[in-house]
Design a protein around this ligand. Sequence first.
Ligand SMILES: Cc1ncc(COP(=O)(O)O)c(C=O)c1O
Length: 378
Amino acid sequence: MTFNFESQRALFPILAKKAQLSSCSQSALSMPVAQAITDYTTGWLERGMDWAGWMETVHAAKAEFARLIHAEAKDIFVMSCVSDIASSIGSSMEFTAEKNGIVVGEIDFPSLGHVWLAHERKGAAVQFVKADDNHCIDLQSYQSAIDDRTCLVSVSHVSYYNGFIQDIRAIADIAHKHDALMFVDAYQSVGALQIDVVRDRIDVLACGAQKFLLGCPGIAFAYIRPELANTLRPSNTGWFGRVNPFAFDIRALDYAPGAPRFDTGTPPMVNAYAVRAGMQLLNSLGMDKVAPYLAHLSSVALQEVKRLGLRCASPDNPAIKASNTAVYVSDSLGVEYKMAQAGFIVSARNDVIRIAPHFYNTEEEVVMALRELAHHAG
Ligand SMILES: Cc1ncc(COP(=O)(O)O)c(C=O)c1O
């Protein structure tokens, strides 16, 4: 496959010196994102404050995010992290004796388990879906776990651990057959895969900024299906969730129509500047170009892992594996450090090293990183 993003590499100064392959954790900083952060501080330094401009940028960031998932900006709300988004959704739910089940994959990011477990004292009953030995969960396991008592199914679209891609559309269908909501943690997939929340019948989808969206920590986006939003009243709330935040009526808990009812306090402004620029870059390149290229890099990585005889924790079927390739090592943090010394920025998690390229990486970088890793895998 030809590498169409050569000219974009100059936007990421670090690539001149190092191979940053850590998009499952933090993507490389691009000049447009750095400039956007400067624009925020310059405005603050020179104008003192610019509330209208700041809010406009938050809205523009929502619009860029919406474009990445085939949604509309009006159906997006922002918080500071994915954990907070899940907590807010949980805070808007009623758990009754007949309908209180929350189904969550045991391989999903731990925060999601923690958030749903915290709702057990409000009457929820959490059920973890078991994974197979390859850290994947098949549809049958969800089918068995979901029943008429289930009120919410929480699914990780792409595993943070090994890049396994879950079939979210199929699980959404199972959830809806039982009148349960479908919550998707898409932190590892938005900006890496082509996503269509309407086609896939997602009720809520959450994603933070610093992985494939090219931004920095401190802001996360959520899509909520508009018909659903108006039926929920989150107890995790604040003045930005009101019909008119500037009414300043302390006694009126009037929920704004649609997704904005999930807004809480002052949004994370500088983070919005940064991630908006990152998402603008992605949207200008087009996910129809970025996603196939990442699938190609993923296949290249799988072939090289096999050739080198490395022990791989990722699925060996490229059709169900995203950018992230996880290789077992004996001392992951130690190996992450040695890889960084050798010029490869990769990410340690538990017993694996994750190599997760973005569109700005080359085949050669992926192959060379795996060859270096082979010296340290132990
Ligand atoms: C898939 C996934 N979900 C959730 C999180 C945590 O998100 P946050 O820190 O925004 O709550 C991570 C962080 O690595 C992740 O990879």
